[in-house]
Design a protein around this ligand. Sequence first.
Ligand SMILES: C[S@@+](CC[C@H](N)C(=O)[O-])C[C@H]1O[C@@H](n2cnc3c(N)ncnc32)[C@H](O)[C@@H]1O
Length: 234
Amino acid sequence: MNTTLKDSPPAKPVKPAKPAGKPTAKQANPEHSRLYSKFIPAYEALWPLIVRRRVLRSIEALNITPNAKVLEVGIGTGMSMPAYPKHAEVTGIDLSDDMLAQARVKIEREGWDHINVQPMNAQKLEFPDQSFDFVTTFHVVSVVSDPQEMMSEIARVVKPGGSVLIINHFRSENPWVAKVIDRADPFTRHLGWRTNVSYGDVVGELPLEVKVQPKSSPFSLFTILHATRLEQAA
Ligand SMILES: C[S@@+](CC[C@H](N)C(=O)[O-])C[C@H]1O[C@@H](n2cnc3c(N)ncnc32)[C@H](O)[C@@H]1O
């Protein structure tokens, strides 16, 4: 399938920025939102309508090679799974057993022997260094309590020259827009995500060459980042 990436203007390199903080004791931790345990039917009904197409097209554009080892971090209910080619070996991890139960139902129903899912913390991946050719993560960076730790784990487990695909809402680079959206953060944390995570904060210092895919619309809430694992820390 053709993707918008091929038709887009050249991607911009990422600059490091100041680090994003972990939630303080007084702030809600999005990771613990009941959206990812008690309200899964509502999540499944609405969320794919907003994000599914972008996720599936972005995975297809990776052109995952035969026998490639792929990790999806925070796979949730497995909305992305139809896009992974059967010639790859896909592992999905997530903190929520309830989300993974939904993913397992889909795997069983579709007979997707190339995908397995398991409970694991994105901030403490239980895989050796340089285990995967591709790592993907969609809408998780702003949910975990420590986004820098999660990204540093991803950089650790991807092979040198391997690819990382991240789709997430990130803080606007326009200071006025960012200021307005930041005001929603205390509210959205309760729902299950943060609005004030900047991509420079989470990927800027890692041994990754990161490119930002230009947004399909200036009103799009989501940013697509493509990263390649460098041989050594810069
Ligand atoms: C907004 S959902 C996105 C799920 C899926 N990637 C998608 O796009 O539909 C965020 C997911 O991150 C998971 N999550 C939150 N904190 C996590 C952590 N520390 N480790 C692994 N998964 C985590 C949640 O359980 C939830 O499934």
